[in-house]
Design a protein. Structure first.
Length: 503
């Protein structure tokens, strides 16, 4: 009986390595016996001098590192990005330098709220994080499979994630926590409508789009800036899993997406995405009817059409999951000349937090780890610390400025200058038109069947929350579209009557 590539991995290793290598300790001394501890007699005590055992167990005791607070469950693959269209009038970024240019890429997919052992087919956004290994350093485009996000102010992020996790006493997922926060922050309405719609459970990672989500700034070689959004459209076509089918897979195939991705690449069926951008001039941004840096909103493609850029192809599975996936670390602050941050509040908040969590999980020198290490050597004045894998920059000066030919700044990398004025205060953005785009999504994007499934999925989860939270949500979605609120209330009533009938 034929087996898929993932199931046959061990046998594939054996075919590629017909002769076993010598078993060694961590200091590469040969091990004469890997099965039996060193003891005094067959029934006697074990000896402290049994370094083979101590070496083995001390490593085993330290195998686990902290899992990611969010995006803990994930898969990754490697490949390349190839430019197919010239966008040099918008950006001088070397990754887009010329048609035909290829750049090595690592792409990590993930669920967001679940722990490392959670099912791949949970109803959850999917992470879509890309690392481009360029000659000007690593560029990390750290996005999701949706063009929007739940909140627009980073102060809310820890509390929002807590509501996606577990109740502090019961250690259970808690619908009251989830819907209380969602209902109190109506800017979440747009993303929640994506979450409980058909695209809330993608059919694996190959059949979903990716988005940078945030607004970024591109700068060309004339130092002319323009705002930008990044899109990656799947070439495999959008496919999703119905809730009832996902419920089955959660129990029977919890690693569904990981297995699908691994097997597709192993079989030569390389997944790919069309890379596109939207651009908005500074003048358009100043005059636009909504805040273009609000990540809870999309830029209408009728006004800001997609511009083709290139193709991203995944053609290699990781050789070792821990080394190349668990340790693969992204940070939105990792940009290269020609790509810069915008005033997007959520982006600004993420610029710090990602590197901070990697220093906690992986150590201060996490960018020495091979999968995170740039193509060009790191030349700076950072030294020492745990996990210094390289030569620690040898005998070069470790202070700046210096008179002894240590690394010097490159003025060509100077960022574009923005002039900003305004009041320094904590600006409240909670009422910045939370419903109009969500109503358009209901009326113009979804067909009747998709609207029905959205309401059923949402009501099924919301029915587990307190009645006053249900009412608040009905009111919120009624402001998006009156018919939406009415359908949601009708479905909640239907569920409640069915529960009462069972009593």
């Amino acid at each position: 009986m034929s087996r898929d590539a993932a199931s046959d991995q061990a046998q594939s290793w054996k075919r590629d390595h017909p002769k076993p290598e010598r078993y060694t300790t961590s200091h590469s001394a040969p091990v004469e016996d890997g099965l039996n501890a060193l003891t005094v007699g067959s029934r006697g005590p074990q000896l402290l001098q049994d370094h083979v055992y101590l070496d083995l167990m001390s490593a085993f005791d330290r195998e686990r590192i902290p899992e990611r607070v969010v995006h803990a469950k994930g898969s990754a693959a490697m490949g390349y990005f190839e430019v197919t269209h010239d966008i040099s009038k918008y950006t001088k970024a070397c990754v887009f330098k010329e048609i035909g240019k290829r750049t090595k890429v690592a792409l990590r997919f993930s669920t967001v709220g679940g722990e490392k052992g959670s099912p791949d087919t949970a109803r959850d956004p999917r992470g879509f994080a890309m690392k481009f290994y360029t000659e000007d350093g690593n560029w990390d485009l750290v996005g999701n499979n949706t063009p929007i996000f739940f909140i627009r102010d980073p102060m809310l992020f820890p509390s929002f994630i807590h509501t996606q996790k577990r109740n502090p006493q019961t250690n259970l997922k808690d619908p009251d926590m989830f819907w209380d926060f969602i209902s109190l922050r109506p800017e979440t309405s747009h993303q929640v409508s994506f979450l409980f719609g058909d695209r809330g459970i993608p059919d694996g990672y190959r059949h979903m789009n990716g988005y940078g989500s945030h607004t970024f700034k591109l700068v060309n070689d004339k130092n002319e800036p323009i705002y930008c959004k990044f899109h990656l459209k799947t070439n495999q076509g959008i496919k999703n899993i119905l809730a009832k089918d996902a419920d089955v897979l959660n129990g029977t195939e919890p690693d569904y997406s990981q297995k699908d991705l691994f097997n597709a690449i192993a079989e030569g069926n390389f997944p790919s995405w069309s890379f596109k951008i939207q651009v908005m001039t500074y003048d358009q941004a100043k005059k636009h009817r909504f805040n273009p840096f609000d990540v809870t909103k999309v830029w209408p493609q009728a006004e800001f059409p997609l511009i083709p850029v290139g193709q991203l192809v995944l053609n290699k599975n990781p050789d070792n999951y821990f080394a190349e996936v668990e340790q693969l670390a992204f940070c939105p602050a990792h940009m290269i000349p020609g790509i810069e941050p915008s005033p997007d509040k959520m982006l600004q908040g993420r610029l710090f937090s990602y590197s901070d969590t990697h220093r906690h999980r992986l150590g201060v020198n996490y960018q020495h780890i091979p999968v995170n290490s740039p193509l060009t050597p790191q030349r700076n004045y950072q030294r020492d610390g745990p996990g210094c894998y390289h030569d620690n920059q040898g005998s070069a000066p470790n202070y700046f400025p210096n008179s002894f030919n240590g690394p010097q700044p490159d003025v060509s990398a100077r960022p574009n200058i923005d002039v900003v004025t305004g009041d320094i205060t904590r600006h409240d953005s909670s009422s910045h038109d939370n419903f109009s785009q969500v109503g358009d999504f209901w009326r113009k994007v979804l067909d009747e069947g998709a609207r029905r499934r959205l309401v059923e999925n949402m009501a099924g989860h919301l029915s587990g929350a307190q009645a006053f939270l249900q009412k608040r949500m009905v009111d919120n979605y009624g402001q998006c579209d009156k018919n939406w609120g009415e359908q949601l209330q009708d479905e909640l009533d239907k569920i409640r009557k069915a529960k009462d009938a069972k009593l």
